[in-house]
Design a protein around this ligand. Structure first.
Ligand code: DGY
Length: 322
């Protein structure tokens, strides 16, 4: 009997591949840095039973329909806006993601980004390296305080909660906005539910952790930035497309907000000449929310486990339900 075939869309460590190869046929895209081509994927999916995909891969209806034997797509990310989940459901294909295991790591990064933006860490470090540190002076590189300020978390999922937990250590007031109330987070972390307008008006730090969906696309636009304090700092570690980047650029140009820390962009990788990257008060990172050795290894392992389970006819550990 033919072994079931798994397509892995980015080079991952051999140890995981070797484990899978004990039971399955495995084909793997050869590059660690470059995304798989559409052509390769369309061709390999034809007789594949599973895809281990990255958030950079577009797994749409056309592609899913090519996989007549396809049973599971395991995405190496908690977000799955790159996958047409409805199409997968229509075709009887299970979609899995990697929730929970990356929550603390991504919260660490979001908090670090918030601190780096508020305290001008990147600008300051560059000045030292470039020999531009001339002397100590009263307001040299003065930034904004974090402790005892108000943080407004938009999207109170597991990562949002982990950010709130970190904020308690800084004696911050915590506001949150979410589709549904989180009584447990309110009780445990002292987080206070607010409607979006109130959160935008009252927060010193607005931290976006909301997933990208048809409803949240462009959620942060001209109106939203105008509601923020002129001293507010906007952080996005979710998905670029929840922000209207032209509106963010206009808000930064007009001084409507004090700065932005961005780990994600509408188009990734962002062009080095992009107007957003020209502001000194913007800290930009290359989508590294979950990028630690430990977490990335745990994400790969979970994808492999989900695939193995589905191909053996068992329930996966973390199936996308929505
Ligand atoms: C995710 O898992 O969705 C993150 O964006 C990856 O870093």
């Amino acid at each position: 009997m033919n072994r079931q075939k798994i397509v892995i869309t980015r080079k991952i460590p051999e140890s995981y591949v070797n484990d899978l190869k004990k039971q399955f046929e495995v084909v793997m895209w050869s590059s660690e840095d470059q995304p798989v081509t559409r052509e390769y994927l369309l061709n390999e999916v034809k007789d594949a039973s599973a895809i281990l995909s990255m958030l950079t891969d577009t797994i749409d209806r056309e592609l899913l329909s090519q996989g007549s034997e396809l049973k599971v797509v395991a995405n190496m990310a908690v977000g799955y806006d790159n996958i047409d989940v409805q199409a997968a459901r229509d075709l009887g294909i299970t979609v899995c993601n990697t929730p929970d295991i990356l929550s603390d790591t991504t919260a660490d990064l979001a908090f670090a980004l918030m601190m780096a933006t508020a305290r001008r860490i990147v600008e300051a470090a560059e000045m030292v390296k470039q020999g531009k540190w001339l002397s100590w002076s009263p307001y040299f590189l003065a930034g904004y305080e974090i402790h005892h300020k108000t943080i407004g978390i938009v999207g109170m999922g597991k990562i949002g909660e982990a950010i709130a937990k970190r904020a308690t250590g800084f004696d911050m007031n915590i506001l949150y906005y979410n589709r549904s109330r989180k009584p447990d987070a309110e009780q445990r972390l002292g987080a206070v539910y607010a409607d979006l307008d109130t959160l935008l008006q009252e927060s010193d730090f607005i931290v976006c952790m909301i997933p990208l969906t048809a409803q949240t696309k462009g959620l942060f636009g001209e109106k939203e930035f105008k509601k923020m304090k002129r001293t507010a700092i906007f952080i996005n570690a979710a998905r670029g497309a929840v922000v209207d980047e032209s509106a963010l650029i206009a808000a930064l140009e007009a001084g409507e907000i004090a700065g932005a820390g961005l780990d994600v962009f509408e188009k990734e990788p962002i062009d080095a000449n992009h107007p957003l990257l020209q502001f000194p008060n913007v800290v930009a990172l290359p989508h590294i929310g979950s990028a630690t050795h430990e977490t990335r290894s745990a994400m790969i392992a979970l994808c492999c486990e989900n695939i193995t389970r589905v191909l053996r006819g068992e329930r996966p550990k973390t199936e996308v339900k929505s």
